[in-house]
Design a protein around this ligand. Structure first.
Ligand SMILES: C[S@@+](CC[C@H](N)C(=O)[O-])C[C@H]1O[C@@H](n2cnc3c(N)ncnc32)[C@H](O)[C@@H]1O
Length: 231
């Protein structure tokens, strides 16, 4: 009886430790920091109880599609009407080069290319998102304009871009400031939902899509050189 209880307790403990969070794909929710164990892979099947509770599980092989490190923010897509509004706010021209930092399924870069004929690059740390974005680019026939790469956005040289789009978190926007300061003067940075503490936006709007159940979205537009607020 005691052995049976120990076996059950061990099985529950293992299951609790290995269950993974699913990403939020509801575009009307707001993103939050990704939790340490979270990846975009579907939840792993619960391991069976070992005959002996003290027996150590065999080291598992790393699943193929796991980010190099935990993403800094979970995946929440920007609703399409908000994407359209963000791109409208930056007044895209054909000669612009747009980077979406944490591109998710690539909807921003695909829209920029399709609607404005702009060259666009999408970067995401999560290989599942990278695969989705590449498929999205192909489906929309914009391979000639859009490049998707797996990368940690905090390691990127942003200087080839003159338009940056982000849907990260307030503290991540602040962490990007040293990279954004290297952009050419007159570059535009547009952030969905979150501001950038210490930097004054050129424009801040609140926008509610017409879709039923849609919430109000904040959109912040910054231009370079960034307008640092005095402390
Ligand atoms: C809130 S989603 C936004 C997706 C897309 N930009 C949009 O607006 O629909 C944030 C994305 O950033 C990615 N991400 C998180 N940390 C990252 C990092 N350090 N480098 C690159 N991508 C990251 C996540 O995998 C996720 O796809």
């Amino acid at each position: 009886m005691r052995t049976l209880l120990l076996v059950s307790a061990a099985a529950l403990a293992i299951a609790g430790c290995t269950r993974q969070e699913s990403p939020s794909t509801n575009p009307e929710s707001k993103p939050s920091a990704a939790v340490a164990a979270a990846t975009s892979a579907p939840p792993a099947p619960e391991p069976e109880a070992k005959p002996e509770p003290e027996a150590k599980p065999e080291p598992e092989e790393k699943p193929a599609k796991e980010p190099a490190r935990t993403p800094d923010v979970e995946y929440v897509p920007t609703p399409q009407p908000v994407v359209d509004k963000m791109l409208d706010m930056v007044k895209l021209k054909k000669t612009d080069v747009l980077y979406d930092l944490g591109c998710g399924d690539g909807r921003i870069v695909v829209t920029a290319a399709k609607k404005y004929g702009v060259k666009a690059f999408g970067y995401d740390i999560d290989p599942v998102r990278v695969a989705e974005a590449k498929a999205n680019v192909k489906k929309n026939g914009v391979e000639n304009l859009v490049t998707i790469e797996e990368a940690d956005v905090f390691t990127l040289d942003l200087s080839p871009a003159n338009v940056i789009t982000v849907y990260l978190l307030p503290e991540l926007n602040v962490r990007l400031i040293p990279q954004l300061e290297k952009l050419k003067p007159g570059s535009r940075v547009v952030s969905h939902d979150f501001d950038m503490a210490g930097v004054k936006p050129d424009k801040h709007i609140q926008f509610t899509p017409k879709d039923p159940g849609a919430r109000e979205h904040d959109i912040y537009l910054f231009t370079t050189p960034l307008k640092k607020e005095k402390k």
